[in-house]
Design a binder for this molecule. Structure first.
Ligand code: DGY
Length: 325
């Protein structure tokens, strides 16, 4: 019988064509921009054999409990899968896949862009011209922090963290990292140094958060963490918004406990211009575009669909989440 794959956002035709040609019935939610409504998501899980989901879809216990027995595999178009209740999926025998590695370089590029943008006040400076406020060249106009040779602290040294460290080394930065486990190979190859969380916060000129969002990392960056940072430090988050206590970050910016922040992620997305963190000129905010290069996003789509095709053909999935390997 023809297997049914449902994709919860509209993907380009060329991304799904090979799978249609391979004999799958591929159906998609009709919009590229708006998420599938909850009721429709629950409904499609009753008929689809495989689902490609987005990080904006909540696949909670209710979702898995109501899914039909035919649903065998879910592939999330992201490396993070904190939107998925893995425990209930496991109980229902539904395999969860994600897209590790293929997005590491694109995400590291974006993280490093935010480091540069925030430390050198790039967006603020560009806005100065756009808002017709550039009156003359002056010695300290839009003067930011020196990136070259400064100290970067990376929290979460997976493959994206390693990519950011490589880029930082190109800028002669001294790189500290904090991670659940030490990475001797990375230390040796890149000359990065392991530090306790506290030491990293105290010593870094820029802190880059790349840790996955889990119960343990919930609001890891709280008031105390911001107090420990240098007053001249910049904080960059390309992980998940909930790793940060956003109110504590607002306070830290207001009281100038830190110098600025570059944020690709927020606790509740999407955010609008009236979000408290967007009121600070020293905040560079992006709409969760970590892995959004055209090449990488196509590769992620292909990997998700490949994972589903493999499972539905009775083969091994390519990139199941670590808990299901
Ligand atoms: C991911 O893959 O988890 C990223 O947040 C997407 O940009």
């Amino acid at each position: 019988m023809t297997k049914h794959i449902y994709v919860t956002r509209q993907l380009p035709q060329e991304a799904i064509r090979p799978f249609q040609e391979a004999g799958f019935y591929v159906e998609m939610w009709g919009s590229e921009e708006s998420p599938i409504p909850r009721e429709r998501l629950l409904e499609v899980a009753k008929t689809a054999d495989g689902l490609v989901t987005m990080l904006s879809d909540q696949l909670d216990a209710e979702f898995f409990q109501q899914a039909g027995d035919q649903l065998k595999v879910v592939a999330n178009l992201a490396v993070g899968y904190d939107n998925i209740d893995v425990k209930t999926a496991k109980e229902r025998g539904i395999l969860i896949c994600h897209t590790p590695d293929v997005l590491s370089e694109a995400t590291a590029d974006l993280a490093f862009s935010l480091v540069l943008a925030t430390m050198r006040r790039i967006v603020e400076s560009a806005d100065l011209i756009r808002n017709n406020k550039w009156t003359s060249w002056s010695p300290l106009l839009m003067a930011g922090s020196e990136v070259y040779g400064s100290t970067m602290g990376i929290v979460g040294m997976g493959s994206i963290g390693t990519g950011v460290a490589k880029r930082a080394k190109g800028f002669s930065m001294n790189v500290l990292y904090h991670n659940r486990s030490r990475k001797p190979a990375v230390e040796q190859e890149l000359g990065v140094e392991y530090a306790s969380f506290k030491d990293l916060l105290q010593k870094s000129d820029v802190i880059v958060c790349l840790t996955p969002y889990t119960k343990e990392t919930h609001r890891l960056f709280d008031a105390q963490a911001f107090q420990l940072m240098k007053k001249t430090a910049h904080f960059v988050n390309v992980s998940r918004g909930a790793v940060v206590d956003e109110q504590a970050l607002v306070n830290a910016l207001q009281t100038e406990e830190i110098a600025g922040a570059g944020l690709d992620v927020f606790e509740k997305e999407p955010v609008t211009a009236d979000h408290p963190l967007l009121q600070f000129p020293q905040v560079t905010a992006l709409p969760h575009i970590g892995s959004a290069s055209i090449q990488t996003r196509y590769t992620m789509m292909e990997l998700c669909l490949n994972n589903i095709a493999c499972v539905l053909k009775g083969e091994k999935a390519k990139t199941p989440i670590p808990e299901m390997r």
